[in-house]
Design a protein around this ligand. Structure first.
Ligand SMILES: Cc1cc2nc3c(=O)[nH]c(=O)nc-3n(C[C@H](O)[C@H](O)[C@H](O)COP(=O)(O)OP(=O)(O)OC[C@H]3O[C@@H](n4cnc5c(N)ncnc54)[C@H](O)[C@@H]3O)c2cc1C
Length: 398
């Protein structure tokens, strides 16, 4: 059986390996001049390819029940797959990297395996259209390839300039859910951002959508001249982008004193006591004991307190509220080009999760980010690419 895999990225390479191992003759068509370009950029060039902490909550889809079938079938096989390719993992806080800390190790392992299996890889070949009668015709700029089955592993429009990426799949009759950028920087429109630009500080974050709490995160926030960034912000950004496109209000509440474990009232009490203990201190010097100087300045400006004011003269309630419940109103994200992934894609209800075969076009399989699944930061997006690809390749003979 001749199989064409469209896209030589993460899920394309793995599905090709699995399909060839299952006895198919596989050709990969890749539009770039080499396979796995995005893979090389993952994890800041180190490729965070998996996570020890596998829970459904780390993944997002409009069809989570269907996703669960894919996940349950494969979540225990990914580590072995990479170990069998010779990858020794380095696990840092649950995040899996290759021991070399180089994404090229993962790509090389996949390419060597593909080569050893005799998989045909053709680069600089963009697929424009797929036609199906008794066989598939895969149409590129220069040539029409004929095959029995197709695995579509084209990824998403995150971090690529190809706006047309989904055309080949919608032309085949598949639909798309709302597609929005995710794992991306969040933009606000307040004037003072240039004053906090460059600061990195720990915070607890609570995302309110139209005033209702939808997600919590904790971690290092990067304060920038356009708004906020950092892994914890990325993990909220998918909901924010989707909500904004649906005209919802998206507000991130930042608790800038995450080390204080008591209630709001208890924090006010703590601050009051501290100020009394540090008699004669200016408020800016007290803040600097637990808050980055630039952030402290922003807070004081917003509270309309001169930084040289003696601490015992300030409105403690107002200050404590800004420190514990700093409101950041999101107005946009940095968009698809800066996003690591897309939320949304082909609905899982249009595929059979046992095989990844399309329910609309027989013999067509879909894997990876083109589908409506995205994950938090931490190796979950590649995780889904590997899991879906393994299923498609292994079941290519069905
Ligand atoms: C900067 C960055 C960092 C990231 N870091 C991580 C991380 O550390 N951990 C993690 O889990 N995830 C990470 N991700 C996300 C992860 O890279 C993707 O989720 C994953 O690569 C998706 O795999 P895929 O096979 O679906 O798509 P891709 O890996 O994007 O592969 C799709 C391939 O298809 C090709 N293609 C597309 N259309 C056509 C066509 N018409 N004809 C021929 N070829 C085509 C593309 O050129 C590409 O090579 C990161 C993403 C980015 C951008």
């Amino acid at each position: 059986m001749d199989v064409i895999v469209i896209g030589g990225g993460a899920s394309g390479l793995v599905s090709a390996i699995k399909a060839q191992e299952a006895g198919a003759r596989v050709t990969i068509l890749e539009k770039n001049n080499k396979c796995g370009k995005k893979l090389l950029a993952t994890g800041n060039g180190r490729c965070n390819y998996w996570n020890e902490n596998q829970t459904i909550e780390k993944y997002h889809s409009n069809d989570l029940n269907i996703f669960k079938e894919i996940y349950e079938a494969k979540k225990n096989q990914v580590e072995d797959f990479f170990e069998n390719l010779g990858i020794v993992p380095k696990v840092i806080n649950g995040y899996y990297y290759p021991y070399t800390m180089q994404a090229s190790s993962i790509l090389n392992a996949l390419l060597v395996k593909a080569k050893n299996l005799g998989i045909n890889i053709i680069v600089n070949t963009k697929v424009l259209e797929i036609k199906k009668d008794t066989v598939f015709q895969v149409i590129t700029e220069n040539k029409v390839y004929v095959c029995d089955k197709v695995i579509l592993a084209i990824g998403s429009k995150a971090a690529v300039s190809d706006e047309d990426i989904y055309k080949i799949v919608t032309d085949l009759g598949h639909s798309l859910t709302l597609i929005t950028p995710s794992l991306v920087q969040v933009i606000g429109n307040d004037k003072y951002y240039k004053e906090w630009a460059g600061v990195r500080a720990e915070a607890k974050l609570t995302l309110l959508e139209d005033g209702v709490e939808v997600k919590k995160e904790m971690g290092e926030v990067q304060f920038t001249d356009y708004g906020i960034s950092g892994i914890c912000v990325f993990n909220l950004s998918g909901i924010i982008a989707r909500g904004l496109s649906l005209k919802k209000e998206e507000v991130v509440i930042l608790n800038l004193v995450p080390w204080f474990l008591g209630s709001k009232e208890e924090f006010e009490g703590w601050l009051d006591k501290k100020i009394k203990e540090m008699k004669g201190y200016k408020i800016k010097d007290i803040l600097e004991g637990f808050l980055n100087y630039k952030l402290g300045k922003v807070i004081l400006n917003l509270a309309k307190i001169e930084e040289d004011t003696l601490a015992n003269k300030v409105d403690i309630k107002k200050l404590a509220d800004l420190l514990g419940n700093f409101k950041f109103k999101a107005v946009d994200t940095k968009g698809f080009l800066k996003a690591q992934v897309c939320a949304g894609g082909v609905p899982l209800s249009e595929i059979n999760p046992k095989t990844m075969e399309s329910k609309i076009v027989k013999g067509l399989y879909l894997t990876g980010e083109v589908l409506d699944v995205d994950g938090d930061c931490g190796g979950y997006n590649l995780g889904f690419a590997w899991m879906s690809a393994m299923i498609a390749g292994e079941n290519i003979n069905d």
